[in-house]
Design a protein around this ligand. Structure first.
Ligand code: G6P
Length: 364
């Protein structure tokens, strides 16, 4: 497929810049201010059924798996239902216990990824309830799932996923809010999350305004042979996705690690030639993250922080607007999409079609 590039040199650049509009679309028509909840018409789930869910298991591949990790945390935080994400391919082959009180959620931009589709089919064969969180309307996974949420990001052409990742995390915030409001999430907290969601498009625009500065940073980091990405809890899946993005599009080796695990291994790698990107939300783990940055500085490591305020421990900070704690991961990944993009550009990579990768993997 070829779509209008709208003045951008690559689809990746265009799609990164479409995110404020894309998020607007995933929210549109779904917010219910009267009850501080959301309407998700495609779910076919009444409140009694929603309350019977004992666990949520999210399955996806690549970037969609990382969006699922963020989603799992949101569901646990807002709805207090135990939730986790797993690569669909791993799940399929380990003869997992399929539980009738678990809600399974298959995440896929294309809706055609074979491993995800096969996982859905296996689950349905065992009588499980499966939802899809999908971008492409009418795709195989959307059709196979019992119900679902479309993420409405619009067509995504670049092999590496950007706007679909963001919209998928927003779709999960909606699902988490919906499930939360059938349980113990208060009206007040529901309102707080809705207000946070409404701020997102404008905050995304604010982040994207920093492109020139991020480009300058990317040019500085482009000669690195390897990069480390760290975060804790809400920041960790953001670190994983940012590391994947950099690998895919720039071919620089990158590894993501929970900041709390640094001392159990990765600290041995720290030296001036290994830059660290630290995801540092202003939440109750801020001081812990600052301590991790101090450990890295003490070993002459270079640090780029993505934070809600200037971080004195870091060599450079990209400051992103603060939202509600639970929604912070949605915004924190966006500057790192630009970092990956401009690093790849500086290195002359084939940005929309990285070597050895395909937009959707429809074979085993
Ligand atoms: C491929 C793409 C990734 C994508 C993954 C899952 O590996 O290169 O960018 O995240 O498939 O695709 P899906 O369409 O299922 O989200």
């Amino acid at each position: 497929a070829s779509y209008d590039m709208g003045g951008h040199d690559t689809y990746m650049h265009k799609e990164i810049h479409e995110q404020a509009d894309a998020v607007d679309r995933v929210l549109r028509g779904r917010i219910d201010d009267r009850f501080s909840t959301v309407h998700l018409g495609g779910l076919n789930l009444d409140a009694r059924e929603a309350r019977q869910i004992r666990r949520v298991k999210i399955l996806g591949c690549g970037t969609s798996y990382h969006a699922g990790q963020i989603g799992a945390q949101m569901i646990e935080e807002l709805a207090r239902i135990p939730a986790d994400a797993e690569p669909a391919s791993e799940f399929r082959y380990r003869n997992a216990v399929v539980d009738p009180d678990t809600l399974y959620v298959a995440v896929s931009q294309s809706g055609e990824t074979y491993d995800v589709l096969a996982a859905v089919q296996e689950l349905k064969r065992k009588g499980a309830r499966v939802f899809g969180v999908v971008n492409v309307v009418g795709s195989a996974i959307a059709r196979e799932a019992d119900a679902g949420i479309y993420v409405h990001a619009g067509p995504e052409v670049c092999v590496v996923s950007t706007k679909c990742f963001t919209n998928t995390t927003v779709a999960f915030a909606l699902l988490a809010l919906h499930l939360g409001r059938t349980r113990d999430l208060s009206v007040r907290d529901g309102k707080r999350i809705i207000e946070g969601l409404r701020k997102l498009p404008e905050q995304i625009t604010e982040v994207l305004k920093q492109e020139e500065e991020i480009k300058r940073l990317a040019e500085q980091y482009a000669d690195a042979r390897s990069m480390l990405f760290i975060g804790r809890v809400r920041g960790y899946p953001v670190a994983r996705e940012a590391s994947l993005k950099l690998k895919e599009v720039s071919y620089i080796h990158a590894e993501a690690y929970p900041a709390s695990e640094l001392k159990h291994g990765p600290l041995a790698l720290i030296e001036p030639a290994l830059p660290t990107v630290a995801i540092v939300p202003d939440d109750d783990l801020l001081e812990k993250n600052r301590a991790a940055m101090e450990e890295i500085k003490a070993r002459s490591g270079r640090i780029l922080a993505v934070a809600h305020q200037h971080e004195p421990k870091a060599d450079e900070t990209i400051v992103v607007p603060k939202n509600e704690d639970e929604l912070d991961p949605i915004l924190m990944g966006i500057p790192l999409q630009l970092l990956a993009y401009h690093t790849a550009l500086a290195l002359g990579r084939d940005i929309d079609k990285p070597r050895n990768l395909a937009k959707s993997v429809t074979v085993e």
